[in-house]
Design a protein around this ligand. Structure first.
Ligand code: HC1
Ligand code: SF4
Length: 572
């Protein structure tokens, strides 16, 4: 332990503690812009600089460790002045048009500048030229970038893709796509994590909210909206709603007051995915097709993009099941369209997803029937875009009574809900696979060994004397480690779930951005597990609306019609 004094307060902290952490222990907050614990500790922004007695230069507090007897002043005149100048210089290269910025109110630079009382900048503005005009779902505004390096480090260290790098030098230094590529030519998985870790508005999703408003205003369109499992765990955060008020039924009420004709739950089609994916797994497993490599889940489009670009030789091992988002669209524009007696072209299918990659997934060879050209899903919004729509419509959500989902695509099981947390797809699939093999339900928590936050977990389960070896990974660097081990023959599995975002969809790149950047995935995931525990339905195969869909329309999992509507060819 070491003893230090910060602003006159004595603290005792373990060796290896940074000045910033020691200050926090003393109840003193040191502002910062670039710092991300264990990911970006480079002191690039110089906002966290402090004065240390006996040192001639100011030091950055995020990456300098305390030592015995250290005396620190976080707000000495020198430290305060340097912090202010550093922020003013950043502002001189930042397009501070806050009123039209998607991150206004949730921007660290805005916050720090305001806290420092910077009301006028003495330095002339010198903004970089060029604006990205692209339809790619990820959008970058160089005029807002503060070169903090968070996106560079996150994409490199946590997602192992290294899409961003620092280019240019001096005042012309900026962040751009590596190897001089354009973003759509790079191997970006569209996980969106660089957006959620950007402290300002330099990175954002393509905004598709006006398309939704157009569809809602079109009298010839029937608007059908689906809400993804993970959205219910986070949507209220950026609206300032307490968790007990931010229920999925209150969100359904908000969407209804916006004018959607039908409000459904992607949890329904998560159950459908389980029916198809569990059947596919058992078929491939018993046919001996998985002796060399396992079957991989296919519902996370960030992961599918990653596998296609990094390990194309493993694409045949992806489940052919479409994701719940796409299955929902396919069922809406076939079974449901027939039930309400309208042609599928009249339906506009909107999805609310915690994810950016869903915007690309819906455009990638995802047609209702494999032979036609009607897209399953028309518009995919992130949770953040949906929150913005709610705000722009001035909906006072907390005063809305909860609303029910519509039928027949509105009932989901607890197994479908946990899709949104890492390990949830595996657990849900095993509940149904076990039932198919053994003929009775397992305990709903029989497969809880796949839960948790470690980036790569494994478990073995016995099904009527047959051992099924499972692994779960979240975060693409973890997925890469797992795949390298499989390819090297060091790891052997039958069934593997991968989610691109750490913690699964609850931590998705389209979710509300927590102001302090403390990761929210674990807390949100716990909420989904609680909803599963409380659900009267814990098995996808017991969902009455799923049973009716098979009885009335699909026949059985992997039937010809199910293959046509619910499966895809990942090579097309
Ligand atoms: Fe996900 Fe999925 S779990 S991919 O995170 O399989 O986005 O929530 O909707 O499609 O169900 C996302 C979440 C989501 C799909 C499901
Ligand atoms: Fe990297 Fe994900 Fe950002 Fe793409 S979206 S650049 S993969 S962090």
């Amino acid at each position: 332990m070491v003893n230090v004094t910060i602003n006159g307060i004595a603290v005792r902290v373990p060796e290896g503690t940074t000045i910033m952490e020691a200050a926090a222990k003393a109840g003193i907050t040191i502002p910062s812009l670039c710092y991300l614990k264990e990911i970006n500790e480079i002191g690039a922004c110089r906002v966290c600089c402090v004065e240390v007695e006996g040192e001639s230069r100011l030091v950055s507090s995020c990456n300098n460790l305390v030592y015995e007897g250290m005396v620190v002043y976080t707000n000495s005149p020198r430290a305060r002045q340097a912090r202010r100048i550093n922020v003013e210089l950043l502002l001189s290269q930042h397009d501070s048009t806050c009123a039209t910025c998607v991150r206004s109110g949730n921007c660290k630079l805005q916050h720090v500048a305001n806290d420092l009382g910077i009301l006028r900048n003495p330095y002339p503005q010198d903004l970089p030229k060029g604006l990205w005009t692209t339809t790619f779902p990820l959008f970058r505004d160089p005029k807002k970038c503060i070169k903090c390096m968070r996106c560079v480090q996150y994409c490199e260290k946590i997602q192992s893709l290294g899409i961003w790098e620092m280019t240019g030098s001096g005042s012309r230094a900026t962040i751009d796509v590596t190897y001089n590529r354009r973003i759509k030519e790079a191997d970006c998985a569209l996980c969106g994590q660089c957006i959620t870790h950007c402290p300002v508005g330099a990175l954002r999703e393509r905004d598709d909210t006006s398309e939704v408003l157009d569809a809602l205003a079109d009298p010839d369109k029937i608007t059908v909206v689906q809400i993804a499992p993970a959205v219910r765990a986070a949507w209220g955060e950026s609206l300032g709603l307490p968790r007990e008020l931010a229920t999925v039924r209150r969100l359904a009420a908000a969407l209804r007051s916006m004018g959607f004709d039908y409000i459904f739950d992607t949890t329904f089609s998560a159950d459908l995915t389980i029916m198809e994916e569990a059947a596919e797994f058992l078929k491939r497993f018993t046919a001996g097709e998985l002796k060399e490599y396992p079957m991989f889940t296919s519902c996370c489009p960030g992961w599918v993009r990653f596998l296609k670009s990094q390990y194309p030789q493993l694409v045949p091992y992806l489940s052919t099941a479409k994701s719940p988002q796409q299955m929902f669209g396919a069922v809406t524009k076939s079974y449901f369209a027939e039930r309400i007696g309208v042609p599928p072209e009249k339906i506009c299918c909107v999805s609310i997803m915690p994810c950016l990659a869903k915007k690309a997934e819906k455009n990638g060879h995802m047609y209702v029937k494999q032979t036609d050209s009607i897209q399953d899903v028309d518009i995919a919004l992130t949770t953040r875009e949906m929150d913005r729509l709610i705000r722009s419509e001035n909906i006072n959500v907390s005063s809305l009574p909860e609303a029910e989902f519509d039928s027949p695509l509105g009932v989901g099981s607890g197994a479908g809900v946990i899709f949104g947390a890492t390990g949830g797809v595996m657990e849900a699939a095993l509940r149904t696979a076990y039932y198919s093999v053994v003929g009775t339900n397992p305990s709903p928590d029989a497969f809880r060994a796949v839960r948790g936050q470690e980036g790569w977990r494994e478990a073995e389960f016995d099904m009527n004397g047959t051992v099924v070896r499972c692994a779960v990974a979240s975060g693409l660097a973890n997925a890469r480690h797992l795949i390298e081990a499989i390819l090297a023959g060091q790891a052997h599995y039958d069934f593997v779930e991968v989610m691109a975002c750490p913690g699964g969809c609850v931590g998705g790149g389209g979710q509300p951005i927590p102001f302090e950047q403390s990761e929210q995935a674990e807390i949100r995931g716990e909420l989904l597990y609680k909803l599963d525990r409380l659900s009267p339905l814990r098995y996808s195969h017991e969902n009455p609306e799923i049973k009716a869909l098979y009885d009335q329309y699909l026949g059985e999992p992997l039937s010809e019609r199910a293959e046509d509507l619910l499966h895809t060819d990942h090579n097309s």
